[in-house]
Write a protein that binds this ligand. Sequence first.
Ligand SMILES: *[C@@H]1O[C@H](CO)[C@@H](O)[C@H](O)[C@H]1NC(C)=O
Ligand SMILES: *[C@@H]1O[C@H](CO)[C@@H](O)[C@H](O)[C@H]1NC(C)=O
Ligand SMILES: *[C@@H]1O[C@H](CO)[C@@H](O)[C@H](O)[C@H]1NC(C)=O
Ligand SMILES: *[C@@H]1O[C@H](CO)[C@@H](O)[C@H](O)[C@H]1NC(C)=O
Ligand SMILES: *[C@@H]1O[C@H](CO)[C@@H](O)[C@H](O)[C@H]1NC(C)=O
Length: 527
Amino acid sequence: MHFKIIAAHLAGLLAVASAKDSRTFAVNHFYGKGPLTEGRMDPIISPGTASSHVHAIQGGSNFNLTMENNALLDSSCTSSLVEADKSNYWTPTLYFQDPSNGSFISVPMFYMNVYYFFEPTDDEIKPFPVGLRMVSGNNSLRTPPPGGAANVLDTNAGTIQPVQWTCPRTSYDPPSYPANSDGLYGVGIQDPNNAGAGAGFPDMNCDGYASPLRADIHFPSCYNPQAGVDAYESNMLFPSSKGTTGGKMNCPEGWIHLPHIFYEVYWNTPLFADLWEQGQGWQPFILSSGDRTGYSLHGDFIAGWDEDVLQKIINNCDAGDSGMDKCADAGPINNSADSCNIPNLVPEKIFGVLEKLPGNNPPTGWGQGESASSPSQTASTKSTTSVPPVSQTETEVTTTTVSATDSKSTGWSYLGCYSDNTSTRALTGIQFADLGIGKVTSTGCMEYCNNAGFSLAGTEYAGQCFCGNKLEGSSKLEADKCDMKCEGDASQICGGSSALSVFEKAGTAASKRSSAHFRRHVHGKHS
Ligand SMILES: *[C@@H]1O[C@H](CO)[C@@H](O)[C@H](O)[C@H]1NC(C)=O
Ligand SMILES: *[C@@H]1O[C@H](CO)[C@@H](O)[C@H](O)[C@H]1NC(C)=O
Ligand SMILES: *[C@@H]1O[C@H](CO)[C@@H](O)[C@H](O)[C@H]1NC(C)=O
Ligand SMILES: *[C@@H]1O[C@H](CO)[C@@H](O)[C@H](O)[C@H]1NC(C)=O
Ligand SMILES: *[C@@H]1O[C@H](CO)[C@@H](O)[C@H](O)[C@H]1NC(C)=O
């Protein structure tokens, strides 16, 4: 409902009792042992079947693979402290991928909060209609938000950016994200307005007191009743500050302004702090979907509120962080020492040490091919990628051929495909050299390392460049372990999974012997 125009015309005559001049809020807290349930369940995106990835779900116990719109109201219990809230709230879960062997280990949820913000608006804020389905965030994303890492929650302020990761720490020195990270190579981007948050995963352990790594998801608050509660792809919009003052946010005419909900999901990442090296431009956590970037973070919601209770909370409660259960109008609060839990309706192993993510989701994102595996598995599956065998009889590459591509790489030669350990890198002079977004090539990496005064250059995972003067803790691999096309030039090879295409500056040993490989790596030619 949108009373702004009426209010402007009748100012002084008609009080718009429902409009709000300042924000009030109340945090919905959960209780019990872990979330309501975890498993490959998603009645919005994958009704009636196993969903593609594991979710952690909170709220009403009638959560199921298929849900009728009013099914939640009959839940026998809810993991929300407020009994009148039988809604369901869910997000993907988090795994740790052990850098020493590639196994996945489930990261326990620490806890979850859902903020209910009642923002300043000229509209009347109404409760969620029962059965309303919403999804925020995009499960397909593996690249940084185009508008940057900061949240954008106002359709008048640019492209909406609703999700972030927050890394609470006792000190932000060094920062949680490398300065000037472009978010394309192993680590996300810090929010320019908030040292504690960013888009994509950080590369530091989040050691804030009782506050480990946190997934943050804002939901839109404008509902189009014409679209209906089921139409999750089109029924919601973020509000707009257009034409308003005082920080008010309004919905379009004919739409209904609902509470703005915000999920905070804390994951117990400090359990793994000793198992990876921090501040090195990469990190070991991976979403249950196989996303190693964190950009695909998303949340889902089905409303199961007693609408009368929620309307009273909207109108009268500003309990803030002390919790919605402290609102005078919240109704019965469940103080049970028991826990409201239901079984995983897609029975399979999802906790503990796993060799594959449930649903068999391959790791994706950050320069890894669709079939790429863990940082240090030189996966045998990689050799199934179609790479013509390298001819050993290829003719000698000439200096002019090389310089036609890049004069600075003249005088460099291919040394071979070498293993790289993501916790102890083989080339340590410069790690993740910044060659620009999507621009990494083997020739470009050689030029970069040459200019920086190094004698070795190595490319890895299609989009990473390293420089150094010696290879440490690395051994030579089969040639076909280096089989990924460079992001900046598909005719060149840029290493593989935990495999470096290593190049050496002329004048050092062995620079003559691998010219055929060199030619294949920098020109992609096969005879
Ligand atoms: C889920 O739905 C099935 C089929 O309708 C039903 O048998 C089952 O009891 C439901 N599970 C829960 C936890 O409500
Ligand atoms: C990588 O290095 C770490 C630390 O030195 C070591 O524990 C681990 O076994 C190594 N992994 C591989 C695959 O060599
Ligand atoms: C990888 O290491 C973890 C933790 O050290 C261990 O639990 C797991 O069994 C190992 N996986 C393999 C395949 O050895
Ligand atoms: C989600 O992201 C993918 C990949 O960038 C894009 O193609 C798609 O349009 C996005 N979906 C929505 C609903 O924005
Ligand atoms: C309170 O919570 C317990 C544990 O989840 C549950 O068994 C019980 O039914 C709940 N009581 C009410 C009135 O919802």
